[in-house]
Design a protein around this ligand. Structure first.
Ligand code: IPD
Ligand code: CA
Length: 295
C-alpha cells in the first residue's frame, strides 16, 4: 500500500465506490444507446457470439473513469481494452456488458461488471480480509477480488461488495439461501459460443438435470452470481466462463455466504469450471459435474 492510499479500510471503500461509479455510468451509457437505436451488432468468436458498439463504448468509458483517478492500476476488459499497471498491484477486471445477447434482444438481464483484483501473495494487499481466489485460464496466475460492483441498467439493480464487509443490492444487505439441498435446488448455468463447448455443457446438464429442482439459463453469469447472492438461485456452475464474467460476481456471492470452488478439491475456480452455492450444494455440484470438466 502506498502512502497515497491512506489506511486499508479507506482504500477498500474507495475501490468499491469507484467500481460502483464506473458500473452505473457505463450502464446509463449502454441503455441510452439502446433507447436511441444507436446499437450496431457484430460477431466475435463464432457467428452466435455477438458484440456491439455499446460494449466497446462502455469499456472505454470504464477504463477512462478508472485510470483518471487511479493511474497506477492495470485494467483488463472483455473487449480487449487494457492498460498497463503502474505498479499498485491492482488489476481491474471488467465486463462492459455481461449478457450482450440479452442486451441486443432487450431481455432485462444484462449487466456491467467491474472488479478490483490483486494477487493473493502481494504484501501490499495482505491486510485486506479474505476473499475468493480464482484464476482465468487454469494456468494463469491466481488472483482474488477485493471489491466490485454489478449494475443491471434495465432493472436499476446495483449489487456491490468489498472483502469482509458484506454484499448489498440497492442498499439492502444480501444473504444467500443456506437451506437448499441439491434435489430441490434451482441451479443457474450458462453456455459458451462454440459447438464443441456446448456439447460438453450439454453432457454436464444431462447428468445434473434429473437430480435437481430445475435449471435456469439467464444469459449473464454476473447476474447469475448476484441472483445466487440474493437467494433467487440455490447454486450456479459454468464451464468456460472468463474472468471478466465472474470477477465481481464471485465476491458478491461470497460476501452473501456462498462457497466458490473449482472442478475438484485441489482446483481453484477458473474458466475450466466455477461452482458456487452453499457448502452442501457446491460440494454436490462438484461431485456431479466436476469430473466432466477436463483441463
Ligand atoms: C456470457 C454470459 C453468459 C455465459 C457466457 C458468457 P457475454 O457473457 O455471461 O451467461 O453463459 O459464458 O460468455 O458474452 O454476454 O459477455
Ligand atoms: Ca461476459
Amino acid at each position: 500500500m502506498s502512502a497515497a492510499d491512506g489506511d486499508g479500510a479507506h482504500t477498500l471503500e474507495s475501490l468499491e465506490a469507484l467500481a460502483v461509479d464506473a458500473a452505473t455510468e457505463a450502464g446509463g451509457l449502454i441503455l441510452a444507446m439502446l433507447e436511441n437505436a444507436d446499437v450496431h451488432v457484430a460477431t466475435k468468436s463464432s457467428s452466435v457470439d455477438v458484440v456491439t458498439n455499446a460494449d466497446r463504448a462502455a469499456e472505454s468509458a470504464i477504463i477512462e473513469r478508472i485510470t483518471r483517478v487511479r493511474s497506477d492500476d492495470a485494467v483488463l476488459g472483455e473487449e480487449g481494452g487494457h492498460s498497463v499497471s503502474g505498479g499498485s498491484g491492482i488489476t481491474w477486471v471488467i465486463d462492459p456488458i455481461d449478457g450482450t445477447t440479452n442486451f441486443v434482444y432487450r431481455i432485462p438481464a444484462a449487466c456491467v461488471s467491474v472488479a478490483a483484483t490483486v494477487e493473493p501473495g502481494d504484501e501490499r494487499w495482505m491486510h485486506i480480509p479474505n476473499s475468493p481466489l480464482w484464476h482465468g485460464a487454469p494456468d494463469a496466475p491466481v488472483r482474488r477480488t477485493i471489491a466490485g460492483a454489478i449494475f443491471n441498467p434495465f432493472t436499476n439493480e446495483l449489487y456491490r461488495a468489498r472483502a469482509g464487509a458484506g454484499a448489498s443490492r440497492n442498499g439492502e444487505q444480501l444473504r444467500m439461501n443456506d437451506s437448499a439441498e441439491l434435489a430441490t435446488a434451482l441451479i443457474g448455468t450458462g453456455f459458451g459460443y462454440t459447438a464443441e463447448r456446448r456439447r460438453e455443457q450439454a453432457e454436464m446438464l444431462l447428468k445434473l438435470l434429473p437430480s435437481i429442482r430445475d435449471i435456469r439459463r439467464l444469459g449473464s453469469a454476473a447476474y447469475d452470481l448476484c441472483l445466487l447472492a440474493q437467494g433467487s438461485l440455490d447454486g450456479y456452475y459454468e464451464r468456460g466462463i472468463q474472468e471478466w464474467d465472474f470477477a465481481a460476481g464471485v465476491l458478491i456471492a461470497a460476501e452473501a455466504g456462498a462457497r466458490i470452488i473449482g472442478a475438484s478439491q485441489d482446483a481453484l475456480p477458473s474458466s475450466r469450471l466455477l461452482i458456487a452455492g452453499n457448502s452442501a450444494i457446491a460440494d454436490a455440484l462438484q461431485s456431479v459435474v466436476g469430473s466432466l470438466a477436463s483441463d
